[in-house]
Design a protein around this ligand. Structure first.
Ligand code: ADP
Ligand code: TZD
Ligand code: MG
Length: 578
């Protein structure tokens, strides 16, 4: 029925714009991270008018990263909204990264007219976006008729959240938005998704098998990954660890699931326990490159061939994760909440603590490493180095345990991960599975929006550059974000020279003495330049207290970093003969 006819007959109409917003709101999705333009400008306006929070970014990749981490932090898919072709492609990196990291997210992009795109007749921002998105995310859908919007949004939500979470692409051709239908029919077409992430209960024999193996272990270890943090089974995970007395390790985003100061935390003895454990129980962590594929190299350090002889229990929602790198003796397939609670039921009252020999060996190793680190942290060299700067951050996080910590860079990442203790679950978000640069400001913005907590972003100067323009967004929304740029004049270090003697700087080196703090001042935020730990401490304390957008340019010794941070071993080296 066209608009005129409906007016005549008195039927009120709705359109594609309204239906999309109604469908999201019906499913308790109330925030959109995006960037306006044809054909979705009115969608952003209408969303705001209808009471949704619309956070408008300067580049879609940052909006996409914001949506992705919002998904991780809330267990609801984060929404990123972009224009067609280039905007879509800008968002796609974030969608793909979300999928790789198992973060639930939906990228909604406007697209050009199907008829023109399919005949390749050169429409405005023409691109077959659905085909491009498909291999890079968990699921991709296109909606051609307004009556299908409800079901499409439902499918997208279910695909993002169920099983292993991930990124979903929703393609909305421009014509869809203006399509109308009677309000009542439109309402009926919407779907409230029931139980979008159904529990997956593990099989009892798989639970017994896991417990059996754990009981026989002489040197057991529990390894928590970000899947465990995402699952929000915090109390049961803690109970399992404390009841069994088994030492545990946390992957970077699982830090704080139990406080890093917990007596059973083996983090400071990482290399030792990874090499020496005989049975390792993985809880929402994959045996990918971050764990040397379970085969024996730990962050570049070659462990004795113990890894090959280790036995694994793996708790994961994805059945095909088991045996992906090494044989898994006891796969436990299900959601982490159900699996951990089944394990707790099964261990019974008469659990034997792990052999004292193992616990003592870990404690000795841990104490040795902590003492070594304490010396480095206490030193106060000039210029400031990563350790003396991060010693301050460590204290600030200790004093503000509910603050969110965002972290990217190479040395800036690796040192922060090992120096800054976390105390609460899901407070640390970082470069994740890909080790991707550019998540910084997007993650920081969504962390502030979704949690309402103060956010501390510890950034390498290179890492910061990937999303630095979003300081304007931070100022515009007046977010309580304190960005600390650990500025060592470049990628890894600032000391490389151009071997030809030419005028171009070496590829890893930036403008010396750059003042990133001025960037924040340009938009009305607080910028501070610091060269000593006490100046850094003062500036961070003021920032956290004031909740004002702040950027601290922390001048770090440009010789302090190492190539690739702590993953030097992954770097192919030049042959000496070439
Ligand atoms: P990390 O990088 O911290 O080691 P990974 O991203 O490699 O963590 O692994 C996370 C794992 O957690 C993935 O294999 C994913 O399938 C799994 N996972 C995510 N959510 C759940 C859940 N609710 N229950 C069970 N497994 C989950
Ligand atoms: N591009 C993208 C998207 N991701 C990447 N990981 C890289 C490039 C390569 N890369 C790293 O792995 S770390 C890094 C780059 C460019 C920056 C390191 O420099 P930094 O940190 O200033 O951020 P440090 O403290 O100087 O090591
Ligand atoms: Mg740097």
């Amino acid at each position: 029925m066209n608009a005129k006819l409906s007016e005549l007959s008195g039927t009120k109409l709705t359109d594609g714009f309204h239906l999309i917003i109604d469908a999201l709101k019906l499913n308790d999705i109330n925030t959109i991270y995006g960037l306006p333009g044809i054909p979705i400008t009115d969608l952003t306006r209408l969303a705001q008018a209808q009471g949704m929070r619309v956070i408008s970014f300067r580049h879609e990749q940052n909006a996409g990263n914001a949506a992705a981490i919002a998904g991780y932090l809330t267990q609801k898919p984060g929404i990123c909204l972009t224009v067609s072709a280039p905007g879509f492609l800008n968002g796609l990196t974030a969608l793909s990264n979300a999928t790789v990291n198992c973060f639930p997210m939906i990228l909604i992009s406007g697209s050009s007219e199907r008829e023109i795109v399919d005949l390749q007749q050169g429409d405005y921002e023409e691109m077959d976006q659905l085909a491009i998105a498909k291999p890079l995310c968990k699921a991709a859908f296109r909606v051609l008729h307004a009556k299908d919007i409800g079901i499409a949004v439902a499918r997208a939500i279910r695909a993002a959240l169920s099983g292993r979470p991930g990124g979903v692409y929703l393609d909305l051709p421009a014509k869809l938005f203006a399509q109308t239908m009677p309000v009542a029919t439109g309402k009926q077409s919407l779907v409230k998704v029931v139980d979008p992430a159904p529990k997956q209960i593990p099989a009892p024999d798989a639970v017994h098998r896991a417990i059996d193996l754990l009981k026989r272990a002489k040197r057991p270890l529990i390894l928590l990954g970000k899947g465990a943090a995402y699952a929000r089974a915090d109390a049961d995970i803690r109970a399992l660890i404390e009841k069994t007395g088994i030492p545990y390790m946390a992957m970077s985003m699982a830090k704080g699931l139990l406080p890093d100061t917990h007596a059973q935390y083996a983090g400071p003895a990482r290399s030792y326990v990874l090499a020496e454990a005989d049975v390792v129980m993985l809880v929402g962590a994959r045996l990918n490159w971050l764990l040397s594929h379970g085969k024996g190299k730990v962050w570049g350090e070659i462990a004795p061939d113990a890894w090959g002889k280790q036995q694994f229990i793996q708790i994961d929602i994805s059945p095909t994760e088991a045996d992906s790198n090494v044989p898994i003796a006891a796969p436990l397939v299900g959601d982490i909440g159900s699996c951990v609670s089944a394990l707790l039921d099964d261990i019974g009252a008469s659990w034997q603590q792990p052999p004292a020999e193992w616990l003592e060996a870990i404690a000795a190793q841990k104490n040795k490493n902590i003492a070594k680190m304490a010396l480095l942290l206490a030193a106060n060299p000039t210029p400031m180095n990563f350790h003396s700067a991060l010693n301050v951050v460590r204290d600030i996080v200790n004093a503000n345990p509910s603050a969110m910590l965002v972290n990217e860079g190479a040395n800036a990442l690796d040192f922060t991960r090992s120096i800054v203790d976390m105390y609460q679950p899901r407070k640390r978000v970082d470069v994740g599975t890909w080790g991707i640069m550019g998540i910084g400001m997007g993650f920081a913005i969504a962390a502030a929006i979704e949690t309402g907590e103060a956010v501390i972003a510890i950034e390498g100067d290179s890492a910061f550059g990937f999303s630095g323009m979003e300081v304007e967004t931070i100022c515009r929304y007046q977010l309580p974000i304190c960005v600390v740029v650990l500025n060592n004049n470049g990628i890894y270090r600032g000391v490389d020279v151009n071997p030809t003697g030419g005028l171009d700087a070496a590829p890893t080196v930036f403008v010396k003495g750059a003042r990133y703090d001025k960037l924040m001042e340009a938009f009305g935020g607080i910028g501070v330049n610091v060269t000593t730990p006490s100046e850094l401490r003062q500036a961070m304390e003021v920032a956290i207290k004031s909740k004002k957008p702040t950027l601290i340019n922390a001048v770090i010794d440009e010789t302090a970093g190492t190539e690739s941070g702590r993953i030097t071993s992954l770097n192919p080296t030049l042959s000496k003969d070439t």
